[in-house]
Ligand binder design. Structure first.
Ligand code: NAD
Length: 488
């Protein structure tokens, strides 16, 4: 056990990459500034890496996978390392959360929750490592047929800035559980906790080359990883535009990929819903992480009979929300960057629907930070741009509907399909509507972004493809080999 000072000290990683268990600068020697969204000030640096660094990381991962120490560990031994890492993350929740908040801007309480979820990823997948079984298939007489689940090899991971630590766990933990060796390119806008967690992984004794982290720009280091001929799979979370680039690169290398590209997720509120339970959840689904969540529930569909009441209640709540610095009492922190702030403010200014309510930015919010007052629009035409496109900020659209059939039509009528929620007490309707939703996850009388490590998650259409979380992710990071033995 470490002393209290060490456990809560904010340790800012040096501008180095982790390659083959060595901390090394970018081959070019270049670094780039890390800016805190809280005040817009640079406070750290990361390596500004390029193809040469990615080459070295992929080579280290290949060596680990092909005959290195990692390849000799049993599944239980892999799992044990992961569980030890989970425990160490829990010991460091406070310093990791402080670092995440400084780097990403999210309220400190959300950052603490994120660290616990990150630990849970390593615990869950560590526990699962030795529980993925093969099968024996009855075939012809004289044959024994075994189906094995094998790792893919070297897996590439490109993650976004909205949940740097959680995404590390979500993407890398299932790959490790299956015995792959990993190379991760975290987002240039926020990646310091990923580097700190990698430091903790060294402490628990992961062999060299199993976890490699190369920081840098998307169109340089990210592109080099996506294009690399030495990787066997790529897992990507981010924008649909870059998703197309990743899938194209994967196709050229004849490898698979998972894409998690965000959404415009509907929450349908029927007139028999328990509004007392629904209202705080509806608000939180938009405000959490400043609305910078792929599964944010940003389209609220409300049945006509209760429309005025729900709109009034939501407007009241949004008016009471103030963007602020990310301290203990914060609910809505700054957005990640000046670019994202401008993008969200442009959506608000150019919205093609009536503005119903606006929150505020607190007077004491630090100068220079990227604060945006939350906004509610309604009634929105379902086809309005503001009701169709992912804003990635604290912006809610409210859309009225008459009946179940119309609700289903509107809910499904975007290019995305990630998550949906249904608020109703009617059991038959819960079944009908959840089956009718075109998306990867449906909540009934609840909503949850983040967490739910056990629950398969992912989208269809412009939200991407493939599944993360749960055992589904273990299947993504492995392939099936069928061995047919004619033993006579
Ligand atoms: P992005 O897609 O550019 O960045 C995501 C990751 O991809 C980062 O690590 C980035 O460095 C990397 N990347 C960028 N270009 C690349 C390339 N050519 N090759 C390989 N990797 C590359 O996202 P952004 O610009 O940071 O955000 C823009 C919008 O994307 C947001 O407004 C939001 O709508 C969406 N987004 C979605 C998620 C999500 O969780 N699904 C996360 C972040 C952003």
């Amino acid at each position: 056990m470490k002393d209290a000072d060490t456990m809560t000290a904010l340790v800012i990683p040096d501008p180095l990459n982790l390659i083959g268990n060595e901390w090394v600068p970018a081959v070019s020697g270049k670094t780039m500034d890390v800016v805190s969204p809280i005040d817009g000030q640079p406070f750290a640096q990361i390596a500004d890496s390029d193809a040469a660094d990615i080459d070295a990381a992929v080579a280290a991962a290949r060596a680990a996978y092909d005959g290195g120490e990692w390849s000799t560990l049993t599944a239980a031994e892999r799992g044990r390392l992961m569980i030890r890492l989970s425990e160490l993350i829990l010991e460091h929740v406070e310093d990791l959360a402080q670092l995440e908040t400084r780097d990403n801007g999210k309220p400190i309480n959300q950052a603490r929750a994120d660290m616990k979820v990150t630990a849970r990823y390593f615990e869950y997948y560590g526990g699962a490592a030795d529980k993925v079984h093969g099968e024996v298939i009855p075939f012809l007489n004289g044959y024994n047929v075994e189906v094995h689940r094998e790792p893919l090899g070297v897996t590439g991971h490109i993650i976004p800035w909205n949940y740097p630590a959680q995404m590390f766990g979500r993407s890398v933990a299932p790959a490790l559980a299956m015995g792959n060796a990993t190379v991760m390119k975290p987002a240039e806008d926020a990646c310091l906790t990923a580097l700190r967690i990698a430091q903790l992984a060294l402490e628990v004794g992961f062999p060299p080359g199993v976890i490699n982290i190369v920081t840098g720009r998307g169109n340089v280091a990210g592109q080099a990883l996506a294009d690399h001929k030495g990787i066997d799979f790529i897992s990507f979370t981010g924008s649909p535009e870059v998703g197309v680039i990743i899938q194209t690169a994967a196709a050229k290398n004849f490898i698979g990929c998972t894409l998690e590209l965000g959404g415009k997720s509907p929450q349908i509120v029927f007139d028999d819903a328990d509004l007392e339970a629904a209202l705080p959840v509806l608000v939180n689904a938009v405000i959490q992480n400043g609305g910078q969540t792929c599964s944010a529930g940003t389209r609220v569909l409300v049945q006509r009979g209760i429309y005025d009441d729900v709109v009034a209640a939501l407007s009241e709540r949004f008016k009471g929300i103030a963007a602020s610095g990310s301290g203990e009492d914060a609910v809505l922190g700054p957005l990640i960057s000046a670019k994202q702030k401008k993008r969200v403010e442009t959506y608000i200014a150019e919205a093609d629907a009536p503005l119903m309510a606006r929150g505020t930015v607190r007077q004491d919010a630090p100068e220079g930070g990227y604060y945006v007052a939350p906004a509610v629009f309604g009634p929105c035409d379902p086809q309005a741009r503001i009701a169709q496109e992912e804003v990635f900020g604290p912006v809610l659209c409210i859309i009225p509907f008459e009946d179940e059939a119309e609700a289903v039509k509107i809910a499904n009528d975007t290019e995305y399909g990630l998550v949906a929620a249904i608020w109703t007490r009617d059991g038959g309707r819960q079944q009908r509507v959840s089956k009718a939703m075109h998306c990867g996850q449906v909540f009934i009388n609840g909503y949850g972004a983040g967490g739910g490590v056990e629950l398969p998650f992912g989208g269809i259409r412009k939200s991407g493809h493939g599944r993360e979380k749960g055992f589904a992710a273990l299947h993504e990071f492995s392939h099936i080999k069928t061995i047919i033995n004619n033993h006579g």
